[in-house]
Design a binder for this molecule. Structure first.
Ligand code: 5GP
Length: 138
C-alpha cells in the first residue's frame, strides 16, 4: 500500500488539524466537507489507513458502512433533504484528491443542482450550523 501519513485526512485523524466533527466511534470519524457540493455534505472515514477502497482491508467496510448509514439517515432528517447521494472515488483519474479512504454523503433536494466537486470553501460558522442539525438528528 502506498499510503502517505502526511495526507490531510491522516492529520485530521491524528488531531493535528481541526475538523467540524459530526460523529466518531472506535473505527470511524465523520465531519463536514470543507468545500461542500450541497449544504450538509459530510465525509466518513475509517480510522484504519488505506489510500482508497481498492487497497483497504475488507474488515474496514462493516464499521465504515454502518457509520455511513447512521450518518446518512441523520443528514437526510437533520437537513430535511429529499434524498442522499453516497459517492466514493478511487484514484486521481476518478476524481480522488485526498488519499485516505473516505465516503461522501451529499443531501439532495428536488430541483437544486449539485455544486462542483472540490469547488468553493464554505464559511466555518455555516459548516458548524449544518453539523449541529445533523448531530441533533443522530
Ligand atoms: P475526494 O476528491 O478525494 O473524494 O474528496 C476529498 C474531499 O475532501 C473534497 O470534497 C474536499 O472538499 C474535502 N476536503 C479537502 N481538504 C479538506 C480539509 O482540510 N477539511 C475538510 N473537512 N474537507 C476537506
Amino acid at each position: 500500500m502506498n499510503y502517505d501519513q502526511t495526507n490531510i485526512f491522516a492529520k485530521i485523524l491524528r488531531g493535528e488539524i481541526p475538523c467540524t466533527k459530526v460523529y466518531e466511534d472506535a473505527h470511524t470519524l465523520a465531519f463536514m466537507d470543507i468545500m461542500p457540493q450541497a449544504d450538509g455534505h459530510v465525509l466518513v472515514l475509517p480510522k484504519a489507513p488505506s489510500t482508497n477502497l481498492l487497497d483497504a482491508d475488507p474488515a474496514t467496510f462493516a464499521p465504515l458502512f454502518a457509520t455511513v448509514q447512521k450518518v446518512a439517515r441523520a443528514v437526510k432528517t437533520g437537513m430535511g433533504a429529499d434524498g442522499v447521494v453516497i459517492t466514493q472515488f478511487n484514484g486521481a483519474a476518478a476524481g480522488q484528491t485526498v488519499f485516505h479512504l473516505h465516503v461522501h454523503i451529499i443531501p439532495r433536494w428536488e430541483g437544486i443542482a449539485l455544486r462542483r466537486h472540490s469547488g468553493q470553501m464554505e464559511q466555518m460558522d455555516v459548516l458548524k450550523a449544518h453539523a449541529e442539525k445533523i448531530i441533533a438528528a443522530l
